[in-house]
Design a protein around this ligand. Sequence first.
Ligand code: SF4
Ligand code: SF4
Length: 387
Amino acid sequence: MNQEKKFPNLSTMRDKITECVKCAFCKADCVIAKEILWESASPRGKMLVLRGLLEGFGTLTEKTIKSLYQCTFCGECEKDCLAGISLGEIFLASRKDLFNIKRENIPFESGTLQTVDVLCQRIQENYNPLGNLPEERTIWEIGQDIELPKTAAIVYFVGCMPAYYRKNARATAQILKAINANFTTLGSDERCCGSLSFFLGDEETTKELAQYNVTKIQETGAKKVVTSCPGCFSMLKGEYPRLLGKELDFEVLHITELLTEFLDNDKLHFQSEMQLSIMYHDPCELIHFAIYDQPRRILKAIPGINLVENPENAITQCCGGGGGLMSIDAKLSTRIAKHRLETALDLGAEALVTCCPACFATFSSSAKEYNLPIKIIDLMDLVLQSL
Ligand code: SF4
Ligand code: SF4
């Protein structure tokens, strides 16, 4: 099979891949390259591997495949690349091709591709990557005393992790209720936003999910969609219009943007004092949309919160869980997260606060694994407690 046929998506990136001058600037801030010293794991190494595959002198081995999935899509390499190469787009193209190369076409058993298959099958069959039942998606609503009308001004798109782990969804819905937002959810009609299938290379499933969720949102008549998961936010705001080839007829906001609007309009007030030193962690998928100030403004408005930050590294370093890495290589994710937790401890923080359910899960696993004396707190929980 010629290389164009084997790697159709990667082949469209050929010009971009050959523009790489192998300078290695992209390695400087890569969380993977800091953790795994093999060149093949670094962004420059990945570029060399992909060029080799395209030219036909590289071979697919389990090690190659695994290293191509060892990336969190944090985007730091792109920021550092002086040649302006869109590495994320290239890495995504390689994953689409790997996803489409069925396992029988690879003359060995690839543990990585098996995991990818299992995760994508769960999304296709249960509409969530956790393998939970679709009808249990609304279990978080039990006992919440919240009226969810069929039509509303705002749809709260809950997302898989908030819905099935419940706490974040419950806190977000209670906050929306407390600020008298006119909102509803898609209830059991909601399906995974497609973030994981997108990063694992299953474009067809992701497109189907995008089309389905957009139709369901439109049926509510809402002109605003709010998410408490940055992954859902990034998909709905950034990827859905690209995947569906059209602008959406509703605005997409992360909950921190909506709450900042309410703060500005003097409609959000905090009562309880928290007395807590915290470091805030920026989720990559909010950084990509320049949402840095909103969560910090909310935190600074909570009485008693002492926000400790080192201005030089306040907004750097991914938690380690993005791009599907937590599902593909949980050990590597928790190793990466450990560094961020150590930074928080060095700054004297009692807690690390984030507003991303995936970062929350990665940091919680890491703190447990390495027995680190730090609390991990979801911003929505903190807001709810201090209302
Ligand atoms: S910084 Fe850009 S040009 Fe340099 S090695 Fe990395 S991808 Fe290639
Ligand atoms: S996106 Fe992030 S993790 Fe992936 S190669 Fe680039 S810097 Fe490394």
